[in-house]
Design a protein around this ligand. Structure first.
Ligand SMILES: NC(=O)C1=CN([C@@H]2O[C@H](COP(=O)(O)OP(=O)(O)OC[C@H]3O[C@@H](n4cnc5c(N)ncnc54)[C@H](O)[C@@H]3O)[C@@H](O)[C@H]2O)[C@H](O)CC1
Ligand SMILES: [K+]
Length: 672
């Protein structure tokens, strides 16, 4: 086994170099995707790379010294499947009835190499399922391809580096390695319940990406100082080379003052002039996608940038100037000094100690506040931010905050739809895009095709649901669409024609889409039990009143119950029935038991059904969603505090570039 450990040591030695080479592009990719660099993901990815390197090194090392040597045992590929079994049986002393032969068997090279060959790709299979969320057949295919790559490296003498193969191409290795990948895939199945859900890791990363953490801000500040200082050094260096230093001295101008002024100008450029031009971003903030705004996320004014960084400049510079003042006082000239100066000169050492203590306390308070803001997920506010009435937010958070701050009333949304239609985009096209946006959200959470239930009402919200169902079925999801009535009898347009088109497209193309028309409670519950995702396209902006009529109320109860009480497992019927009768399930999320582990992902179209898009009033029951995909603009009801636990995270699907239409709408409203 020694050769194996040696190879792993080689991998460990080579890993830092490879890790270093992938770090920068990997970090940039992560940051661009999530706006943050999640540590769990980083650990997984780095250990995965390390593992693949170990595996490959085990396959190709040790390298022979002679590049043209013929290695006898590797010369002819081994093409008989199960050769290792034959060889083992021919050579073994194994006797099932004699335990003393068992250990020897394990030490038999044919046995331990077979076990090792299975183990080699087991982590790959685990990772493919857990991290990359691949299905069994994808794992099989990838596992086989990786193995083939390994074996071909051996067959071709490391792709032609060696004149002859120096390790054996063996069909048994191909089979055993691929089997190993599948073993990894299977054993990770039960472990999935214990491991943190990688999709939640992504979600957390995205959430972290929304926050302007102290790290991001520190880094962007560092970049800015670096840029300003580099530019300034180049210019001052240039002045020096041009002989300006001696000119200045001959004129009696302090060169130190000149360099300080040049520094100051470049700091002014980076921290004030550039933000004025870019509407709130210093160079470092442009790279890290941060932005200086007012606390309500509206754009800041030029004097606020000046105040923000002016105070910071003073806060950093003043202590340095003070220190310089203390140190440069000469005690021997005390008699000529004023009272204060002589006291300072007399206690210089003590004052420097005080200064250091003060600076340490300041740095410590910054660190403590940075950690606290990271733990409590709150913004990190500094004194200069308060004084200038500005905050640093991520670009993403600024966008969301501005959208949230400008919701459109329900009748404004209708007016917007009409404007968009006049602008040349028909409502049926909007519906198509809306349905696809919801399907994309489902696919982001449930990446592998799985059973999905779409609850569709008979209005246009239901129309979005029909499109979503078709898009999911086209992607291979086994989709069940639940509707109160057949497509012909849908009440609204374009929902009716859309539903009819989806229906005929599903049968023409043989899509895995089944339609349940007004199913009874048991049939619906069966469909929900199987579902990995539930789409609520029952009611959108057209919902009125305070109560939900049947059958919608029953559908929502069934969906919420599936989420919070699990599927109708054996022995749970009685318990659940009682709960159902007491109507406990339509209590707010806080008072419900924790979402059950196998709960399907629940996504609401436009608004959760039962929540009034205009007022935020809640009906009993109201659909409880993990995410809401809202169309065109936020609605006032979605941003009400009581709405959050029903909406989950809100995604805005703009469907078109709404900015020109919204501007016209606001103009029209202003005119009124
Ligand atoms: N208009 C468009 O072109 C687009 C709309 N989109 C989506 O459409 C909905 C709004 O659609 P609308 O047809 O106006 O209303 P709803 O589908 O939300 O609901 C109407 C439907 O509901 C019934 N109803 C009303 N109140 C109740 C109640 N208390 N109990 C039971 N049933 C009720 C009513 O009778 C009607 O039948 C919008 O949210 C978007 O999702 C697009 O996305 C794009 C194009
Ligand atoms: K809905």
């Amino acid at each position: 086994m020694n050769v194996y450990t040696n190879n792993i040591v080689t991998a460990a030695v080579a890993f830092p170099f490879i890790a270093f080479a992938i770090t920068v592009p990997y970090m940039i990719y992560q940051y661009r995707k999530f706006g943050s660099i999640p540590w769990l993901r980083t650990i997984i990815v780095y250990s995965f790379v390390f593992y693949l390197m170990c595996a490959y090194f085990l396959v190709i090392l040790p390298l022979p010294d002679d590049r043209s040597a013929v290695v006898a045992y590797a010369a002819t590929p081994q093409l008989f499947p199960f050769n290792f079994v034959r060889e083992f049986l021919a050579q073994t002393t194994f006797n099932a009835g004699d335990p003393s032969t068992w250990l020897a068997t394990l030490r038999d090279p044919y046995v331990y190499e077979a076990i090792f060959n299975v183990l080699l790709l087991t982590p790959l299979g685990m990772c493919l399922r857990y991290y990359f969320r691949r299905t069994w057949w994808q794992t099989l295919l990838i596992g086989f391809s990786v193995t083939l790559f390994f074996e071909l490296s051996q067959l071709t003498g490391l792709w032609g580096v060696y004149a002859h193969p120096y390790r054996l191409f063996d069909v048994d290795d191909l089979m055993l390695n691929t089997l190993g990948a599948m073993v990894g895939f299977w054993i990770v199945g039960p472990a999935l319940r214990l491991l943190p859900d990688i999709r939640l890791v992504n979600e957390e990363a995205r959430e972290a990406g929304m926050r302007a953490s102290a790290t991001k801000r520190g880094l962007s500040f560092f970049i800015d100082v670096f840029v300003a200082q580099t530019l300034s050094s180049i210019v001052i260096g240039g002045f020096g080379t041009a002989g300006l230093e001696s000119v200045a001295r001959s004129q009696g101008i302090s060169w130190g003052l000149v360099s300080m002024s040049v520094d100051f100008l470049f700091y002014l450029l980076c921290f004030v002039i550039v933000p004025v031009i870019t509407k709130g971003q210093t160079p470092g903030q442009m790279i890290l996608k941060l932005r200086i705004v007012r606390p309500d996320a509206s754009p800041a004014r030029w004097y606020q940038y000046l105040a923000r960084y002016g105070f910071l400049y003073a806060l950093v510079l003043a202590p340095l100037l003070a220190l310089n003042g203390i140190v440069s006082l000469d005690p021997s000239r005390m008699p000529e000094m004023g009272m204060l100066a002589s006291v300072i000169a007399d206690h210089r050492a003590a004052l420097v100690v005080c200064w250091i203590a003060l600076m340490c306390a300041w740095a410590l308070s910054l660190i403590v506040r940075a950690i606290r803001s990271a733990v409590k997920k709150r913004p990190f506010v500094m004194l200069n931010g308060i004084l200038s009435a500005t905050r640093v937010m991520t670009d993403e958070a600024v966008g969301v905050e501005r959208d949230r701050k400008n919701p459109l009333d329900v009748d404004e949304v209708s007016a917007l739809e009409s404007l968009i239609e006049e602008g040349g985009t028909p409502l049926s096209e909007l519906m198509e895009r809306a349905g696809i946006a919801v399907a994309d959200e489902v696919r982001a959470w449930v990446p592998d095709p799985a059973p999905v239930v779409v609850l569709a009402g008979s209005g246009n919200n239901g129309g979005d649901g029909w499109v979503c169902a078709r898009a999911l079925a086209e992607a291979g999801y086994k989709t069940t669409l639940v509707t109160p009535d057949i497509a012909e009898r849908m009440k609204a347009e374009p929902a009716r024609s859309t539903a009819l088109a989806v229906f005929s497209s599903a049968s023409e193309n043989d899509l895995p889409l089944s339609v349940l028309v007004a199913p009874d409670a048991d049939v619906l519950a069966d469909a929900l039990d199987d579902a990995m995702a539930i789409v609520d396209a029952i009611l959108g902006t057209g919902f009125s009143g305070t109560e939900l009529r049947e059958p919608y109320a029953g559908w929502i109860r069934a969906a919420n119950r599936r989420r919070f009480e699990g599927s109708r497992g054996k022995g749970r019927g009685f318990h659940r029935k009682r709960r159902f009768e007491r109507a406990d399930h339509d209590r707010a999320r806080r008072s419900l038991p924790r979402k059950v582990k196998d709960a399907p992902f629940a996504v609401a179209v436009d608004v959760p059904s039962g929540l009034s898009a205009q007022t935020g009033a809640l009906a009993r029951p109201t659909f409880v969603a993990d995410a809401t995909v809202t169309m065109l603009a936020y609605k006032p009801g979605l941003v009400k505090p009581q709405a959050t636990r029903y909406t989950g995270t809100i995604e805005l699907a703009r469907l078109v570039d709404t900015a020109p239409y919204t501007a016209r709408l606001r103009e029209a409203c202003g005119d009124r």
